[in-house]
Design a protein around this ligand. Sequence first.
Ligand SMILES: NC(=O)c1ccc[n+]([C@@H]2O[C@H](COP(=O)([O-])OP(=O)(O)OC[C@H]3O[C@@H](n4cnc5c(N)ncnc54)[C@H](OP(=O)(O)O)[C@@H]3O)[C@@H](O)[C@H]2O)c1
Length: 411
Amino acid sequence: MAALKYAGLDDTDSEDELPPGWEERTTKDGWVYYANHEEMKTQWEHPKTGKKRRCAGALPYGWEQETDEKGQIFYVDHINKRTTYFDPRQAFTVEDVQVKPKRYDGNTAALEILQGRDLSDKVVVITGANSGIGFETAKSFALHGARVILACRNKTRAGEAVRLIQEEWHKAQVEAMALDLASLRSVKEFAQAFKAKNLPLHVLVCNAGVCTQPWKMTEDGLESTFQICHLGHFYLVQCLQDVLRRAAPARVVVVSSESHRFTDLVDSCGKVDLLLLSPPKKEYWSMLAYNRAKLCNILFSNELHRRLSPYGITCNAVHPGNMMYTSIHQSWWLMTLLFNLARPFTKSMQQGAATTVYCAVAPELEGLGGMYFNNCFRCLPSQEAENEATAASLWELSAQLVQQRVGPQAI
Ligand SMILES: NC(=O)c1ccc[n+]([C@@H]2O[C@H](COP(=O)([O-])OP(=O)(O)OC[C@H]3O[C@@H](n4cnc5c(N)ncnc54)[C@H](OP(=O)(O)O)[C@@H]3O)[C@@H](O)[C@H]2O)c1
């Protein structure tokens, strides 16, 4: 025996051999249990090794599981036309080892998180997916089989993004759909077009954003940074809420930023002030507008989680990384200069997409939300971002703004 072991040929199954009087059985869903005929008892643990086991796969092709009149499970082999009480899956059982969640950090790439994952049963919508972090997020999901919809404002850029992903994998299920978050009408049309496809929606990533752009009023009469980063997403989630609910458990990820820490939103009475969110031109400072919009992202994510988690929709906010060289800096030369200087020290696009991807699929986050993540790690946002009263007040104001423009039935 020792010689066999030395040669690597020892009988590794021997320890799994059952003592006399014991029989191995399986439950309907593939868990192995052990029955002792003499003592008339059953247990999950192997009587010798104490290990728990489960079937490694599904029933072989042509087999079916049925239950007889006494409630006992039996198996029908339709190909060979025979019936047995022996579960054919018992030939391939594996030890039930508690797999600890992997630890990720700021160096983790999105594709690393998805390693080994088959997402072919998932439908994902990502706003602003034609460039930067959104593009890498979309690509990562698509390369793992998910059906990915790139919700973008520019048709040409979106088409090019789809082409690039399909160039990496010709079977990637990606398509672009028109969505301009600066227009509530466009958000509504996007939602209608998406619903017309009769698809479920498992993951919605609110990623699109603009930073330090000159003051501009949207067709809905609001400052554009606020509308693109927050209100457009707020309305989008309202429009898609029923689809998300039907696909539950579903997840929403809102891409925010650490810059949320450098501002607040409330007036002296503690109410969210629309003049701070959507200021007139003479009171507009582009960086501050961005910070406020990013604070809105976390408040919205938390409130959304409070409201929708009872229906199986969870929501988390993320910071993707600092000063990553995407297109976000292009509106202001000073930002472009700073982003260029920082470029050698910042995350790659794949690393920038990692926290979003983590929040969208990590099994250990199933059912969990209302949190803020950075480097795939839960961290505390600013006190203001955690303020439930502010979140409720922002929700109320956002609902009013949408209703005033789209109609009372909009929310
Ligand atoms: N880069 C960073 O260092 C950093 C840091 C913290 C947080 N973030 C956040 O990460 C997210 C993604 O930004 P990014 O860095 O990847 O920048 P990006 O490359 O500029 O991507 C932003 C995306 O949003 C889209 N977008 C802009 N306005 C839109 C609108 N009205 N409707 C629909 N889509 C619109 C852009 O489309 P177009 O191509 O048509 O403009 C683009 O696809 C943003 O929410 C940003 O705040 C980025």
